[in-house]
Ligand binder design. Sequence first.
Ligand SMILES: Nc1ncnc2c1ncn2[C@@H]1O[C@H](COP(=O)(O)OP(=O)(O)OP(=O)(O)O)[C@@H](O)[C@H]1O
Length: 135
Amino acid sequence: MSERTLVLIKPDAVRRGLIGQILARYERKGLSIVAMDQRTIDPTLSDAHYAEHVEKPFYPALREFVTGGPLVALVLEGDQAIDVVRAMNGATDGRKAAPGTIRGDLALSNSENLVHASDSADAAKRELDLWFPGL
Ligand SMILES: Nc1ncnc2c1ncn2[C@@H]1O[C@H](COP(=O)(O)OP(=O)(O)OP(=O)(O)O)[C@@H](O)[C@H]1O
């Protein structure tokens, strides 16, 4: 079934000049880019996006990181896009992510891990409404 998922190419990826490489992987896979926007977000959007993490000890550093420079928000569409993109991104910790995944190939950190993607249909709906209202 065709689905849409919210992907963030996070500030570390933008800083490292990896936007093109990461987008190319999603495009090569056959996913469609339905919307794409480079922006620098404020703490309010970070808090809403990471609502499940705001009370966690690592969250202040995560908020600093994700608001600290431009990121690229995109909507990808395709068959089973939510699970497909999660698999392409790899495990959260770049040091443990499998080679062949974006994090496994390009990241060496648990916090600066290049990408985010919605992890369920409910999360995708919530995140798409938050980042691209009215799409
Ligand atoms: N223990 C931690 N220390 C530092 N940062 C963390 C830690 N756990 C998670 N994070 C940060 O919070 C983000 C969200 O964590 P989550 O457990 O939802 O991972 P994920 O679903 O793989 O990543 P994302 O939601 O970004 O796709 C991670 O991508 C990472 O940047």
